[in-house]
Design a protein around this ligand. Structure first.
Ligand SMILES: Nc1ncnc2c1ncn2[C@@H]1O[C@H](COP(=O)(O)OP(=O)(O)O)[C@@H](O)[C@H]1O
Ligand SMILES: O=C(CO)[C@@H](O)[C@H](O)COP(=O)(O)O
Length: 538
């Protein structure tokens, strides 16, 4: 049996799945937690990857691996391969003013035409602008800007800080893929190239794409590092199905991985039997990697006509398209997919953690939250939760806060509040579905995935919020599965066509009252937040 592995380095955790390359059947899996916070040092991801690989039984019998990850996170590297500052993640909203400034300078329509995106705080381009404006001492140190999956893939190939990695800091060996590049705000899905003018406008430094051909990947002289102040290196963008290189047999130091420990992985690595490289089967091919949503589309085998809704740390709603698109309103971002296709998407900052916050408030677990929510009637007796706990990205209200509406003596029950939490969280995503449909993307069925979908009430209420047949695939890590599919594709040269089992028959029970009362409550919030933004900026 040929085995392939996929990694999902997501916001809250790292998950590793090992699958049969032929059938896609899950053989084993592992996971490890990431720290909380919207600013995280990448070394935590490296250590979690090590633990998750061990938890998955190691990779000694695996032939190919690929890494998918949370998108947009800004990983700044200096010329010696060190991380310049902790990564600002997709859900860090400090760059909201930078996003507004970039829109003023370029125009929303022009930005969308050039990159598929209208800047919001999540996108990397706004984060590099924030660094330019707030940390000038770091600007000159930056020699490369990468994304979470780019950095992990580079480390797996043996590159990293000088003296703490087998191959050293060859920044020209950095790679990414179309899907993750399309979330930066300085890469064009339509032309397939970096928009270095936009990068320069945002960061104030010139940039160029990394030069190393993946096939040529190998030890690099330290002199390959760029001179301080030269053009910033952006990872080379690989095509769907292309390989990034090979996992370096000495790069993976098992539980000792991570530069923070001060260990030298080049000498420590082989000591750990669960490490990635040097397995019985020889070298491990490394796939291109992907943004997590694009990987989920691959893992689900999603095709045009499918809409995927993921309820993880982020809430996402996306379609698969054969042509690049852009939405000057910014509601739908025009990402690229991991299958050589395109991935129009709307993303919310408030998804699974709305439910954990509300369950904590009610002092109950997820099972009880589900039971209570299903006790209440659709519409929760008029109680509405507008769930902007972390501000919001779609709609773009970075300063907003969550609020409960419609409480009366009669309606203020634990059941109504539990149901309102789930309804409000899903209504945030139904706006994204409506925007996709308004742009003409066909929507025949909705595939529901992500950690919170384990919750029976989320499944039931989704069939009442979305006016589409809701299909719940069997529980699984579809991002990691998509990464594994990439690995199999790089290994065999053919995109796998693994079947996806369904947990239940498609369900439709549309209840318009839920969306109608949510829209009324949101109208008030949007007005309040816009007033707050204009008073803080004046
Ligand atoms: N039964 C459940 N009900 C509600 N939320 C759940 C349940 N099980 C897991 N979750 C939530 O799902 C989230 C993890 O989902 P996941 O898709 O793995 O997120 P991510 O990929 O963003 O790390 C966590 O916030 C967790 O609390
Ligand atoms: O910002 C986006 C996509 O644009 C998020 O989807 C991140 O990619 C984080 O994903 P999860 O950790 O929630 O899977």
């Amino acid at each position: 049996m040929t085995l392939v592995a996929g990694v999902d380095s997501s916001t809250q955790s790292c998950k590793v799945t090992v699958l049969d390359a032929q059938s896609g059947v899950l053989v084993r899996e592992g996971r490890a937690s990431h720290p909380d916070g919207t600013e995280v040092h990448p070394d935590h991801w490296w250590r979690a990857l090590s633990v998750a690989i061990d938890d998955a039984g190691g990779l000694a019998d695996v032939d190919a691996l690929s890494v998918a990850g949370q998108q947009h996170g800004m990983v700044l590297l200096d010329r010696d391969g060190n991380v310049v500052r902790p990564a600002l993640l997709w859900n860090d909203t400090r760059s909201a003013a930078a996003a507004a400034a970039l829109i003023d300078e370029v125009g929303a329509e022009e930005f969308a035409r050039r990159t598929g995106l209208v800047p919001v705080a999540s996108f990397t381009v706004t984060k590099v602008r924030w660094v330019r404006d707030n940390e000038p001492e770091n600007v000159a140190r930056v020699a490369a800007v990468a994304l979470p999956h780019d950095w992990l893939s580079w480390r797996l190939r043996g590159y990293g800080p000088a003296g703490a990695s087998p191959l050293g800091p060859d920044l020209d060996a950095l790679t990414t893929d179309r899907s993750d590049a399309s979330g930066t705000g300085y890469w064009s899905p339509a032309s397939g190239s970096y928009d270095v003018e936009l990068f320069r406008l945002a960061f104030g430094r010139d940039a160029r794409e990394a030069r190393q051909e993946p096939e040529a990947a190998g030890p690099a002289p330290v002199s390959a590092a760029p001179a301080a102040g030269g053009a910033v290196i952006l990872p080379r963008v690989l095509a769907a199905g292309e390989a990034a290189g090979r996992v370096h047999p000495l790069c993976f130091a098992g539980s000792n991985a991570g530069a923070d420990t001060g260990t030298d992985p080049s000498t420590d690595a082989v000591a750990d039997a669960g490490g990635a490289g040097g397995g019985e089967r020889g070298e491990i091919l490394l796939g291109a990697g992907a943004g997590d949503n694009a990987a989920a589309a691959l893992g689900l085998g999603a095709r045009p006509g499918d809409v995927v809704v993921s309820v993880g740390t982020s809430g996402t709603v996306f379609a698969v398209a054969s042509e690049a698109g852009h939405d000057p309103s910014g509601t739908v971002a025009g990402f690229a997919g991991a299958g050589g296709d395109y991935l129009p998407i709307a993303v919310t900052l408030n998804a699974a953690r709305v439910l954990s916050s509300m369950a904590a408030l009610l002092d109950i677990g997820f099972d009880e939250l589900s039971r209570l929510a299903l006790e209440a009637a659709p519409g929760a007796g008029g109680v509405v939760l507008v769930p902007y706990f972390e501000g919001e990205r779609t709609p773009n209200l970075p300063q907003a806060k969550a609020s409960l509406h419609g409480l009366s003596i009669a309606s203020a029950t634990r059941s109504n509040i539990a149901r309102a939490a789930i309804e409000g969280m899903l209504c945030g995503l139904s706006g994204g579905l409506a925007a996709l449909q308004a742009l003409g993307y066909p929507a025949g069925r909705l595939l529901l995935i992500g950690g919170a979908v384990q919750n029976p009430a989320v499944q039931k209420i989704a069939s009442q919020v979305f006016d589409l047949p809701v299909v719940v695939p069997s529980p699984g890590e579809y991002v990691a599965r998509g990464a594994a599919a990439q690995a199999a594709w790089a290994l065999t040269g053919a995109r796998p066509d693994w079947p996806v089992a369904l947990a239940a028959a498609p369900a439709s029970d549309f209840q318009p009252v839920i969306g109608e009362q949510y829209a009324r409550a949101c109208g008030h919030i949007a007005q309040d937040s816009r007033a707050a933004v204009s008073s803080t900026s004046s």
